[in-house]
Design a binder for this molecule. Sequence first.
Ligand SMILES: *Cc1c(COP(=O)(O)O)cnc(C)c1O
Ligand SMILES: [Zn+2]
Length: 442
Amino acid sequence: MAQATQSAVAELVCFEPSCRARYAITDVLYSCPKCGGLLEANYDGPAQDPEQLKRLFRERRMDNSPINQSGVWRYRELMPFLDDYKHVVTLREGNTPLLNAPSAAKYGGLDAVVFKHQGFNPTGSFKDNGMTAGASQAKRLGMTRVACVSTGNTSASMAAYAASAGMEPLIFLPNGKIAFSKLAQALEYGAKTLQVEANFDQILALIRVLAERLGIYLLNSMNPFRVEGQKAIMFEMLDQRDWKVPDWVVLPGGNLGNTSAFGKGLREAKALGLIDKLPRLAVIQAEHSAPFDEYWKRGGTGEFHAVTNPETLATAIRIGDPVSWPKALHEVRTTNGTVEKVTEQEIADAKAQIGLAGIGCEPASAATLAGIKKLVAQGVIDKGADVVAVLTGNVMKDPDYIYKYHTGQLEAPDGTKIRGTFANQALVVPNDADKIAELLKK
Ligand SMILES: *Cc1c(COP(=O)(O)O)cnc(C)c1O
Ligand SMILES: [Zn+2]
């Protein structure tokens, strides 16, 4: 087997162009102590031969060691922040398929579309790609407890990774709606779950105080190591396409961590010579949780306006004040990408179409196909373009939504009825072979 190349020097760097302060990779920081900006991992390493790296990544797929079976750590030369791989916490995340979906392509107005389905991950969402990296950093720092504020996939994923590594997972829930099946996962993985009488931002402030006092490591969206792991979604997609770069990568946008990760990963892959151009990123938000779309359409300058009461049935993207917008803006600009928003009805129908292709996904993921349909109609994406859409979560994450859509009971948060355009209802039939045969003839 080809040898891994020498290690790089890793550090944390402030993302703010006017600051750019640098910190040790082992400093426990979630934002820049000087200016409050976002942090990102930065590497200074020896030049690597891209062809040798590609061979190495491919050879590792045939290796049985946990680190090489992981669809994240297989690409570890591209995220070299650990000093020792004994710290790696893996549930064999990644390894998610690229799925062709001719019927969904037709619905979106494209000749072809490929779904990179992150719902095939161990806890059913792309959060696992990031959590393996965040949990490994926690291990490396000697942490025994990790925490996050989330009612969704982040909780489920963090709980699983912490439990598997023998760390205690602490989940803080804001009052209000709870994503039931995701909370159920967190409980099953043994997370200590605390419901606090406060909103998301208040709890975030609270746990930052607690984290310092009690030595708890935070695995929230601003944790820079989760972004490092999520870059591998793009590396794996490129590897699966023999490094052929698509024209577009379409993804849903909530806190915009994934957008930041994809852009960073793609830029770094290009700088290393693994690819020779960048795909364009198209970020799709839900209509009433779309502060990034609004900012983008205002030119991405001036003040960023958070949405005070974000609403959407696609709970994974119900985010009013996305933590990572400065990074995401940079990445969408760098890739000559775009931002769009879609309605609840458009999400629901696109989701049903993804289901009809035999694929299925959770509501937030379906914003991709709804966004594609809109962008093709606008002439932004060409009909013949090579498009990869990232499905972020598994179809079983939100069965309640599915049942309501197909039985005509789905309502948008403002009470508007959502049409079951592609509804598929169970039929009640008599215990009578003739009558059933008659029915099935039609
Ligand atoms: C977290 C999540 C999103 C949003 O991703 P961001 O990185 O916050 O933009 C979208 N879909 C699913 C299923 C998620 O779990
Ligand atoms: Zn700074």
